[in-house]
Design a protein around this ligand. Sequence first.
Ligand SMILES: *Cc1c(COP(=O)(O)O)cnc(C)c1O
Length: 357
Amino acid sequence: MIPIAKPLLGADEVRAVSDTIMSGIIAEGPRVADFEQAFADYIGVEHAIAVNSGTAALHAALLAHGIGDGDEVITTPFTFIATSNSVLFTGAKPIFADIEDDTFNINPDAIMEKITSKTKAILPVHLYGHPAEMNAIMEVAEDHNLAVIEDACQAHGAVYDGEKVGSFGTGTFSFYPTKNMTTSEGGMITTNDQNIADRARMIRSHGSRQRYVHEMLGYNFRMTDISASIGLVQLNKIGEFTRQRQSNAEYLSRGLKRVDRVTVPIVRHNCEHVFHQYTIRAQDRDGLVETLSENGVGTGVYYPIPTHKQPFYQELGYNDSLPESEGAGDEVVSLPVHPSVTQDELDHIIGVIKGTE
Ligand SMILES: *Cc1c(COP(=O)(O)O)cnc(C)c1O
């Protein structure tokens, strides 16, 4: 079976972890600081704050912006559940705006319609590694004095109008093993705002900037030096990983763009897509998933049920109708695009979808 995701870990990562363990410092220490600096440089921001998951990055970023009880945060329902759950953690209410049918990202016009006097922030997701429409989103945010927290958990290194995502508002990243780079579990917050960075650092560690002095309510969101040492190695490889993903995606699109049953992903002219997922639309999606599986091709459906339709959100009383998100949930399927997929495997995937294999 060609897997849908595969972390690329080898001798370099083993050596880095082993060195860290032998150093005697395994919790947050010098390697976390080095990883933060290197990641800030990579994204092109002044501050990066390492945490122990992408979910923690979202949670801490929202809290750092002072989001809480009574506030509303406008976000997309077509994403992993962590995006809007992190809003719920703060006591605020996620408000869902529908998506664009081609990029699957939040539609800026739909955001406008959802703004109320309670709105405090916009939380776009750069889904599958394609940037959200940041010019329009930043404009709406400025006009209404809203914070922007970017869920870039799938978009390490993706570029919008010449700038990396995670540098427009406050960025949040995940380093879960299936993401474009990994630290095992892990996450990062990126910002150019000194005040947000200071608050995020305190929230990460029990509201404390000086040992045993607690200025606010915080959590234990700290990353370990073991994780950071893997991250430092992976960060050196992310450029090559991304190029390989992009070249695999281009190859798949060349093979699939004239196939009737499917629509290949688009890349906006001012964007660089990092293809965390290569996601097509297919009319008979479930049939295609079955055919691919029978022919040894692993696939993923991200995400079959938009957040507002999840049982837990229905219980909370959400009853929106968001037709683009619901339609996408019925039609999307992601194909293997990660750096270890070979050319023969790409040909096989294309052949199976065309019905010639
Ligand atoms: C992976 C992911 C997260 C959560 O990251 P974790 O590290 O798993 O907590 C949040 N949002 C999106 C869009 C993701 O893909």
